[in-house]
Design a protein around this ligand. Structure first.
Ligand code: C5J
Length: 223
């Protein structure tokens, strides 16, 4: 069995057991990333999220080469919206709500083009795809069971957005006993200040709910 690898993470080094680690890629969906899509229609600068694609593509390639478990998530809802609570549905501008027609199909609806993952990060055959109705990837999904089945105890958390679905999932994972490294250049926010503070919050207070590290350090550990 391979020895754990020490990762130069913040706020302190962490021993990573690669055989018990999964790469989790949160919500790298066209609705959030593509120009003209839902994210941009809300007034956001999608280039801030697109920056994540190149380093994450490299990390994903390294994880696949190392035969690490790869898990993709997608935020979205059933076509009849029965899994979308009114408190979520009735938010935002009336013309740009979940389920409304958008440039890439009905916004955040499963099966629509915009709901799916950007081409560069498309799941490979056999990789796990978790469809989640909430911000956290554990809520109303079988993620916990999938991780248990594979003996996973540590997570590399990536994707968008840093302060929303990445944070929520990392906090949920931390509460369930997983050690999480949030990969600093592989997570993105529409708000530069949220990106900076969002990463600082994770590693503050001795790593209150996780660690952070850049992708280069992790790719080096994987290769
Ligand atoms: C948001 C997400 N921000 N994936 N979703 O609504 O972070």
């Amino acid at each position: 069995m391979a020895e754990p690898v020490m990762i130069a993470a913040q706020p302190a080094p962490l021993d990573l057991d690669l055989a018990r680690t999964a790469l989790v890629i949160i919500d790298m969906q066209r609705d959030f990333l593509l120009p003209g899509g839902f994210g941009e229609s809300l007034g956001n600068d999608v280039t801030l999220l697109q920056r994540v694609v190149a380093p994450l593509t490299e990390l994903l390639a390294a994880a696949r080469a190392a035969e690490m478990l790869v898990i993709h998530t997608r935020e979205g809802h059933l076509p009849d919206l029965s899994d979308c609570p009114p408190a979520k549905l009735n938010r935002g501008a009336p013309s740009q709500r979940i389920g409304d027609p958008g440039v890439y199909g009905r916004i955040l609806i499963r099966g629509e083009y915009g709901h799916d993952i950007v081409d560069e990060l498309a799941p490979a055959a056999g990789e796990v795809v978790i469809d989640k109705p909430g911000k956290g990837a554990f809520y109303a999904t079988d993620l916990d069971a999938v991780l248990a089945e594979h003996g996973i105890t540590q997570l590399l958390v990536t994707g968008v957005t840093t302060e929303v679905c990445v944070h929520t999932t990392t906090r949920e994972a931390n509460d369930r006993g997983f050690e999480c490294i949030v990969v600093s250049d592989c997570v993105g926010s529409y708000f530069p200040e949220f990106q900076r503070v969002g990463l600082e919050m994770i590693a503050a207070q001795g790593g209150i709910f996780g660690w952070t590290a850049p992708s280069g350090v992790l790719i080096a550990a994987l290769t």
